[in-house]
Design a protein around this ligand. Structure first.
Ligand SMILES: Cc1cc2nc3c(=O)[nH]c(=O)nc-3n(C[C@H](O)[C@H](O)[C@H](O)COP(=O)(O)O)c2cc1C
Length: 393
């Protein structure tokens, strides 16, 4: 896949560029295919606040709060987006930049955008198409999708829904060791391109919104990656450095460690054999309050250097947040809740509109900053906003 080019429309009075404008992030759009004329599925009109409200109406308060909530007092959740906005862009001028390349590679897989889909559980609660819809939407946007162990669609069935789309499998260790090993092997066999070990969930965080609603999964919700009741639970759901090499070997895949918030931990992951480190606070659903990912990212990127790829998630809600993350050392970012809102409101088209919309915003912001390539965003593109404390341990 050739890296995608985004050209700015020459008309400054129409910065959104219209349907044919380069900022609409056509990515993998199929020839002749048009998006329905609905603000929810038009990338140039992406309004994540409105999309979240619409998703809440459709889902009802219990499911919407299951998706929206964080742990404890939700400090991490609240601070995630403002932490990206505590940086300011430093645009360059006289650069001659009029087109932006959003294409990059993630562990060798070509993608049309550095905005991917984070793993999130139980997608059939959001839309009948569940993970298949997300897979189709992500593939249409040329984006990478990460499929959760807690998916409501079997890992091989998600792969079959969109065989060409690059996807990773996220592994939890909530089952017997034999079942976890089996999942890792099956992910390798089903064409997943990396195994993501989510290491920030030794126990579930205390999610008070779920408790208030007495939220429980519907009895008929399929959980095909989970073993039946005959299979015992894990002796321990925790991870050790030796697991990085072990699960890489079992699956035959590069290993990404997700849930890292410290430079020293990132180095331990890489020393253990991780190909990439994913800076994440699990969307504020685990320990709380923890350092914002926008604050942890520079420390992790500096510690890892060129020895592994670095990604980030948490509160990414605009193209400028994506650019900030790239400047702070991320090769790619992932979105959780925005993809949920997209799926809930528009199925595959909704997921694609969210990803296309964020990619289009990124292209515009990069052009305005005189940057033409997502793989070459200098660190000095951002500076702490006045009055903010520069990050550091
Ligand atoms: C409803 C929900 C379910 C999630 N399920 C998983 C999961 O199964 N595995 C995992 O590694 N992370 C899971 N996450 C965390 C996301 O992968 C990601 O780290 C987080 O959502 C990013 O923050 P954002 O929602 O602000 O974009 C979940 C997040 C949410 C909101």
């Amino acid at each position: 896949m050739a890296p995608q080019e985004h050209r700015r429309t020459p008309d400054p009075l129409h910065p959104a560029g219209g349907r044919a404008g380069a900022q609409t992030a056509p990515a993998q759009r199929r020839r002749g295919e048009e998006l329905p004329d609905d603000p929810g599925t038009r990338p140039e009109l992406l309004d994540l606040g409105a999309l979240e409200e619409r998703a809440r109406e459709l889902l009802g308060p219990e499911v919407a709060d299951y998706y929206a909530g964080g742990a404890e007092a939700e400090v991490t959740l609240r601070e995630a987006t403002p932490a990206w906005r505590s940086w300011r862009l430093r645009p360059r001028v006289l650069t001659g930049v009029s087109a932006v390349r959003l294409g990059t590679t993630l562990l060798g897989s070509e993608v049309a955008t550095p905005v991917g889909v984070a793993p999130w559980a139980y997608q059939a609660l959001a839309h009948p198409d569940g993970e298949r819809g997300t897979a189709r939407g992500a593939a249409a946007a040329g984006a990478l999708m990460t499929v959760s162990t807690s998916a409501s669609t079997g890992l091989a069935d998600v792969a079959a829904a969109e065989p060409a789309g690059p996807r990773w499998f996220q592994l939890y260790r909530l089952h017997s060791p034999a079942h976890t090993d089996d999942l890792a092997r099956r992910a390798g066999d089903a064409g997943y391109r990396a195994l993501v070990l989510t290491v920030d969930l030794p126990v579930f965080g205390r999610r008070l919104r779920e408790a208030a609603h007495r939220f429980a999964l519907p009895a008929d919700l399929p959980l095909p990656n989970r073993p039946g009741p005959a299979v015992p639970a894990a002796d321990s759901p925790v991870w050790t450095p030796a697991d990085v090499e072990r699960f890489g070997r079992l699956s035959g895949l590069p290993v990404v460690v997700k849930g890292v918030l410290r430079g020293d931990d990132a180095v331990r992951c890489v020393d253990a054999g991780a190909a990439a480190v994913w800076v994440s606070a699990h969307g504020g659903r685990q320990a709380d309050p923890v350092v914002a990912t926008a604050t942890a990212l520079p420390e992790v990127a500096a510690a890892v250097g060129d020895s592994a790829e670095v990604y980030a998630d948490g509160g990414i809600r605009a193209g400028s947040d994506v650019l900030c993350a790239l400047a702070l050392g991320a090769r790619a970012v992932f979105v959780g809740r925005p993809a949920i809102w997209g799926l809930a409101t528009g199925g595959a088209d909704g997921v694609r509109a969210v990803l296309d919309g964020l990619s289009a915003q990124l292209a515009t912001t990069m052009t305005l900053c005189g940057l033409d390539d997502v793989t070459a965003v200098p660190r000095d593109t951002v500076t702490p906003a006045p009055g903010t404390i520069p990050p550091g341990p």
